[in-house]
Design a protein around this ligand. Sequence first.
Ligand SMILES: NC(=O)c1ccc[n+]([C@@H]2O[C@H](COP(=O)([O-])OP(=O)(O)OC[C@H]3O[C@@H](n4cnc5c(N)ncnc54)[C@H](O)[C@@H]3O)[C@@H](O)[C@H]2O)c1
Length: 519
Amino acid sequence: MPRGKIHAINAIQVLLKAQELNPKIPGISLNLGLAYYHQEKFALAIPEFAQVVQAQPGTLNQIEEEFMPHMDRRGFLKTGSIATVATYLTGSTQTHLLATPQSEPAKPIAATDTLQIALIGAGGQGQGDTRVAASIPGVKVVAVADCYNGCLDHAKELWGKDIFTTRDYNEVLARKDIDAVIIGTPDHWHMQASIDAMNAGKDVYCEKPMIHLYSEGPKIIDAWRKTCRIMQVGSQRVSSIIDKKAQELLASGAIGTLNMVTVWYDRNSAQGAWEYTVPYDASPETCDWPRWLGTAPKIPFNAEHFFQWRKWKAYGSGVAGDLFVHLFSGVHNITKSKGPIRAISTGGLRYWKDGRDVPDVMMSLYDYAEGFNLSVRTNFVDGGSESVGFVFTGSEGSMTIGSDGVSINRVPRETEPGVRAEFFSAPIQKRMLEIYREKYPVTHPTGPVLMGQERYVAPEGYSDHYHHIKNWIDAIRSRQPVVEDPVYGFRAAGAALLSNLSYETGQPARWDPEAMRLL
Ligand SMILES: NC(=O)c1ccc[n+]([C@@H]2O[C@H](COP(=O)([O-])OP(=O)(O)OC[C@H]3O[C@@H](n4cnc5c(N)ncnc54)[C@H](O)[C@@H]3O)[C@@H](O)[C@H]2O)c1
């Protein structure tokens, strides 16, 4: 076994030993170990364990001698690195802990190198993105634009009363002290805000879906190429270590040849169905309604439209733009595909008949020229518990991606077809069996049986969001490509929005993923 590998360590044993050696070690709890044991999550116990024994090097030495003779001690002490090497056996499941990329800067960042960023569209996701960006060393939030006073005031609560706030993002873009902007507006503003920002010399992080209408994709790509700005699209799973592992597993043949991807997003709650709470003070005075509407059809102030915009296609893109786009960003990353060639979609408005003009149940089927099919559905009325599933099926197994990791399941196919003769007369049955065995003599398997489950889990608290925004910040500094540029973003959104197109026309929607064109 190579140095640095821990194989088949029983976390319970380790925890028990630690307690025996030093019962005063804080935080090491047998109950924790047992809980992890029952959840088959040994891997998760280890980083926690590593963290608490760091302060007790003597104890660590003794544990190492007894249980981890092959282990790299420095790797163990550094919780991030242990992940690369940890492998545990839990029943028939092998669990591996994935490594998180190094997140600290290689060297301290000089004050003169501080990146000054601004937020355009300071609602839920924009605030989330900006909080993450501000947690990266050398990044400072200096300005925020939004159309609702409550969000502008909250921005000052979050990033200091001295930040510049405005309803007009052009005032932000005109400032020379701003290097880059995060765009967290509703979908109908993504193109204009991104192009305006790049033309003003700012690097851009734009939330998904990159486009609202197909015609917007080439315009964003054009502006990006002309201005040579760094632009990252915000489907954070593209930076996920879980999806990266899934990509490696698929490429290594872990499930054979991919033939199907199955995804579902099922919800059963008002918030899940976008019935977001409208603030009590929403009014034409506190909300800049004309600016918020932008190019959308002019209608009188409507607080529901302002705060629950996903329910109308004038501003959002239905479940396809809100949810499916994450799936396509992930599938294209994992399979290295540029996109589907055809989609067929159906659905309807079944329950949330609150004036919305987009379906709350949608099912779509996609063809990929690489030789696999994809099915995706959303049900906002699933009548039970909410669930999300992401399953890749191949000729030799299946791969399931969850929020905390990726699993491989393999059940070997029978090596002979079997014989079905019981409906025929006894002599015929007998002779058929003889013929069958002449053709398929009984063999006794040798070597290991290729079956069982393998799990690759992310460390507890892992955030792909952080790594996605970090990837953008690093690219701004290095001027190197990001993981999800506008071409990638258009291919993901272009694929997702085929569902809407097919649903609306009642016809299959065809797409050229290479040229990024509807056919
Ligand atoms: N990556 C993810 O996981 C994820 C999750 C949620 C939302 N999103 C995306 O983030 C975006 C925002 O979603 P949200 O839920 O935060 O919406 P939200 O309604 O909470 O926030 C949008 C904000 O944009 C502001 N705005 C609208 N037009 C503007 C303009 N012209 N200038 C400045 N501000 C303007 C609004 O006033 C509002 O405060 C959407 O595109 C959505 O698809 C991504």
